[in-house]
Ligand binder design. Structure first.
Ligand SMILES: NC(=O)c1ccc[n+]([C@@H]2O[C@H](COP(=O)([O-])OP(=O)(O)OC[C@H]3O[C@@H](n4cnc5c(N)ncnc54)[C@H](O)[C@@H]3O)[C@@H](O)[C@H]2O)c1
Length: 426
């Protein structure tokens, strides 16, 4: 490494929910190249618009040193490469490192003596040095920790959250040598006002990130199990959680669907690695199974309630409010609301989905679901509040019940209504 943070020319590979906010921040202070294989994404950003709604048009304008490209040649003038590409799982719930390895191969072609490659994508402990470094060495012909160096600095942003933003979240950093760890730490400290935490190794930083999401997943799994038990006992889960929450060390988790690009996916990275060293995780996978089964559970509850009200299930019309994986953002990735929609359809129910946050074409492309632009009034045998978007909160019980027929079931999955305003709660 032969440069300081002052003559750093950054390339950020993958301009999604993680990469773009980072690029916009670095691009205020340092020469920053935003690189992405999705040309349509680059075009919208060049036009000053971010369809993920994470970075405003003004913020993009303020990033005056940020440029964009999909050309490998453009990377050659850079000396720090930050990788923020997706790390999904495949249909067998195994890590799919394809984007990470492809991005590494591209960097390898541009890598020079003294350059630093920092990974931000969520991975299992060991992935940077065991999987990515060999690709960098192969493509560049350079030697790790002699000619080039690596860092790992996981991201903690939360899509749709305007309070916890990239600069206001403390960031874990690490490097492949003590000097590189200092360089990586200083680099991030130049933009992260919340400060940084230098982990003792890349593996420690990788493991820290993956357990943050695993811990959340397992905790939500426990609360989901409690919700199933309390439903059987005819006790309101929210009321129990409120009462238990008065103890200083009771953790405030809520039951619900666990979707999105992180919490429902990252634990499989850890379990994959654990299995590769001969340990078969029990609690982590039990949490995953429970959380993945919640869509079917919700529909079984709804159908029972419809039958109790003598509402014919086969051919019924159900309105699902919200399709995104979380509230107040347009992110549809790995949304578990689709499990509810699929399960309802299996019962012969006609489902309308309404979500004011999403792009209908995305829902069609990803899930083959055509959302309604406005739900019908007085038309549905049941309404499920699946996502706590502010628009649904503003409608209140009266506004939402107006979509139902005179006899209908209202299921509030997200506790946005007072306890007695819904017929069913999770
Ligand atoms: N979204 C989150 O809340 C969040 C939070 C923390 C960590 N993470 C992790 O960060 C990583 C990125 O997630 P994201 O949500 O930003 O993903 P994303 O899908 O929003 O964006 C990824 C971008 O990478 C681009 N891309 C894919 N392959 C590429 C390649 N080979 N070269 C260059 N660009 C490529 C895609 O076109 C896309 O624009 C993942 O590992 C994720 O687990 C995400």
């Amino acid at each position: 490494m032969n440069f300081t943070t002052h003559d750093t020319r950054i390339a950020i590979l993958g301009l999604g929910y993680v990469g773009l906010p980072l690029a916009a921040e670095f691009g205020k202070h340092l020469s920053t190249l935003g690189f992405d294989i999705n040309k349509a994404r680059l075009e919208e950003l060049q036009g000053g618009f971010d369809s993920t709604l994470e970075v405003s048009n003004e913020e993009l304008e303020q990033a005056s040193l940020l440029t964009y490209s999909a050309e490998i040649d453009a990377l050659k003038s850079c000396n720090v490469f930050i990788v923020t590409v997706p790390t999904p799982i495949n249909e067998h719930k195994q890590p799919d490192l394809t984007p990470l390895l492809k991005a590494s191969a591209v960097i390898g072609k541009a890598l020079k003596q003294g350059d630093v490659v920092i990974y931000e994508s969520t991975v299992y402990p060991g992935a940077t040095e065991e999987e990515c470094v060999p690709v960098l060495e192969r493509e560049s012909g350079l030697v790790f920790n002699k000619d080039f160096y690596c860092g790992y600095s996981p991201e903690r942003i939360n899509p749709g959250d305007k309070e916890h933003r990239v600069t206001s979240i403390l960031k874990v950093t690490s490097g492949s040598t003590p000097a590189v760890a200092d360089f990586v730490d200083n680099l991030y400290r130049s933009i992260i006002t919340a400060g940084t935490y230098k982990a003792s190794s890349i593996k420690v930083a990788e493991a820290a990130k993956v357990i943050e999401n695993t811990q959340r997943d397992v905790n939500i799994g426990l609360i989901n199990e409690l919700a199933v038990i309390f439903n059987k006992l005819d006790i309101d889960t929210e009321e129990v959680l409120k009462a238990a929450g008065t103890k200083w060390n009771f953790l405030p988790f809520r039951p619900g669907l666990v979707g999105g690009h992180c919490i429902g996916v990252d634990p499989y990275y850890l379990t994959h690695k654990a299995q590769s060293v001969g340990y078969h995780p029990e609690i982590i996978l039990a949490g995953r199974r429970l959380n993945d089964g919640m869509g079917a559970y919700v529909v079984s509850q709804l159908v029972k309630s419809m039958l109790k009200k003598r509402i014919q299930v086969d051919g019924a019309r159900v309105l699902v409010l919200g399709l995104t994986f979380k509230e107040d953002c347009p992110d549809l990735r790995n949304t578990k609301v689709v499990d509810i929609v699929g399960e309802l359809s299996d019962y012969g129910i006609n489902v309308d989905c309404y979500d004011p946050w999403i792009n209908a074409a995305d829902a069609e492309h990803e899930y083959n679901i055509t959302p309604v632009s406005v739900p019908d009034q007085g038309a549905y045998d049941a309404v499920i509040i699946a996502v706590a978007h502010k628009q649904f909160k503003e409608m209140g019980a009266e506004g939402i019940r107006a979509f139902g027929k005179p006899e209908h079931v209202l299921y509030d999955l997200k506790y946005i209504l007072p306890a007695d305003a819904a017929d069913l709660r999770l």
